[in-house]
Design a protein. Sequence first.
Length: 222
Amino acid sequence: MEAYKGETEEEVFKLLAEANSVLTGASDAQLNINFFDTLREFFNSSNSWMEWIQFMVIPNTQDYPITPTHGRILRLLNVLDQNRVPQQAIMPQIGMVSFLYPYNNVQPMWACVAKTVLKAFKDGVPAPPFFPDWVLPNYGEGILTGVLGRMMMQPNQSWSDQKTGMFNLLKFRNAISQARVDTMRAHTVGSQAWAYPQSFRTHSQKGGVSTFNINPSPQTVR
C-alpha cells in the first residue's frame, strides 16, 4: 500500500481518534475494520472515486484488460476514443473492457471506471486502506457517522446504541447521496448532471467501420 500524504494521514488519525473518543473501549483493529467497510459502502454507492485508464486498441481484438493505479474496479462508466467520442463497451468481468465488434485500426482509448478500497494490513493487523486525499476534507463528517453508526449497531458492546446508531447511519447515507450528486455534476454549482449516453456522438463498431451519429438531445442522468 502506498503511504498517505501527510495531510491525509492526519485526517485519518483525527477521524479514528474522534470515533474512539465516542466508542469507549473499541480497539484500533475494530475501528479500522469498520472504517474500511464504511469507505467501501461510500464508494460503492456514490461512484465518486473514478479513474481514467488508457489502453491501446488493436485490430481483430475485442477484449482488453485494464488495471487501476490504486483500489479495486467496481464498474465501467464510459469509454472514449482518441477524439473523446464515447464508444459502446461493456465490462463482462471486472477489469476487462469488451467491444461488440473489433476495430480495424490501432488507436488509444480511455476507460473511465468507478473504484473502491482494498483491504490493508500492517504487521498482520487491519490498517486504514488507501483512498484519494480529497475524500475526508469533503466528506469526512459523513464517513465518521458511518463508522459510528456501524459500531453502535453491534450488539452487546459497551458502545452499543441502536437508536443513535440508526441516526448516524441515516446521516451517512445522506453523505453518500451528496457525493453521488456532486460526482454527476462534476463538482460544479447549478449545472445540469450529464451522462455520456451511447446514442450521443458515437461511432458505430459494426464491421469495424466507424459511422458518426449525432443526437442533439443527450439524456440527462436522473
